[in-house]
Design a protein around this ligand. Structure first.
Ligand SMILES: Nc1nc2c(ncn2[C@@H]2O[C@H](COP(=O)(O)OP(=O)(O)O)[C@@H](O)[C@H]2O)c(=O)[nH]1
Ligand SMILES: [Mg+2]
Length: 299
């Protein structure tokens, strides 16, 4: 049964692959892992096509995750054992590239969507781009009670964010996203568990960086089970949501202005050197870029 599963997933990835050669030198891909050995064996060959800096932050797996990871990348670290949020913060200390892409290791995201996530950043449209499962569909948000509660919860969280900050985002929780590395490091993120996803979005809005979305599909994880139990994390999610919603937008500081000026220089250089590849990505996904229901609330 597992063999046929693997074949289906390989087929899926092969059909969607896009050329992505030079730009991969400018992004770090961050993979938080906890007991994902079997998923990694499928995922890694595709991931390394999309980055020259693959960083694995492992949550003290008890299977062979770390061993498999080390076959594919020299950048393998153990997290502080506090959860996925703490793992992502640790990753930020290791990156050397200007854009970070976060992708789950359970094979529920397709590495072939990475170009779609990073294009609006290198094109200068956004500073942080989240994959949206509302726009792209999800096999993990519908069908049983646990999924229903997760979907309802994340939609309520989303409504709060949208009305509080005058945007119309469509996904508040996806683990598949791209963000300027300099920004991630200045957001002063605090959440130790997966509630870091909503915190990252809210703080992007609070500090007046540009938040965008593109459609990405979420597949069912291939092997193993989710580590998230709604009843265990719900209180933390609500607490961090309310705490962050009560922040006011902060005026753009001199520090932020400087950060943006420096970024713009970096971006232009990368853009000019990789124009053809970026054009290719644009041509391939133009409908999802052009038709965005982005993000400012209608006045
Ligand atoms: N480093 C690290 N990774 C984790 C931890 N908990 C979950 N992950 C990883 O984070 C990703 C998302 O976790 P998952 O259980 O699939 O959550 P779900 O997709 O929201 O159901 C997967 O790649 C997990 O292996 C942790 O404590 N530390
Ligand atoms: Mg998952």
């Amino acid at each position: 049964m597992h063999n046929s599963l693997v074949q289906i997933h390989l087929l899926r990835l092969r059909t969607q692959n896009v050329k992505f050669i030079m730009l991969k030198n400018h992004i770090s891909v961050i993979l938080p892992t906890k007991n994902e050995q079997k998923n990694l064996e499928i995922l890694f060959p595709y991931l390394i096509e999309h980055t020259d800096e693959l960083i694995v932050i492992d949550g003290h797996s008890t299977d062979e995750t770390v061993k498999v990871a080390k076959d594919f990348t020299p950048h393998v670290y153990l997290d502080p054992n506090q959860g996925k949020g703490a793992a992502l913060r640790m990753a930020a200390e290791k990156v050397t590239k200007p854009v970070m892409v976060f992708i789950d290791a359970d094979h529920s995201h397709d590495p072939a969507d990475i170009p779609k996530l990073i294009y609006p950043i290198f094109n200068g449209d956004f500073d942080h781009v989240s994959g949206s499962r509302t726009l792209g569909g999800s096999d993990e948000l519908h069908g049983d009670l646990n999924k229903f509660l997760r979907m309802m919860g994340s939609d309520i969280i989303l409504l709060g964010m949208n009305y509080r900050f005058g945007v119309r985002l469509t996904d508040s929780q996806n683990g598949f996203r791209a963000i300027r590395s300099d920004i991630f490091k200045t957001l002063n993120l605090q959440e130790n568990i997966t509630s870091i996803e909503q915190e990252m979005i809210i703080k992007t809005l609070v500090h007046q960086f540009r938040m965008g979305e593109v459609a990405t599909h979420e597949y069912m994880r291939t092997f193993g089970e989710s580590k998230i139990l709604v009843r265990k994390v719900a209180v933390r999610y609500v607490y961090s949501w309310l705490k962050n919603l009560f922040q006011n937008k902060v005026p753009v500081t001199e520090e932020t202005r400087q950060l943006n000026i420096k970024w713009e220089e970096t971006r232009k250089k990368i853009y000019d050197e990789n124009k053809e590849e970026l054009q290719e990505i644009y041509q391939k996904y133009r409908t999802s870029f052009d038709k965005q229901p982005f993000f400012e609330a209608k006045k």
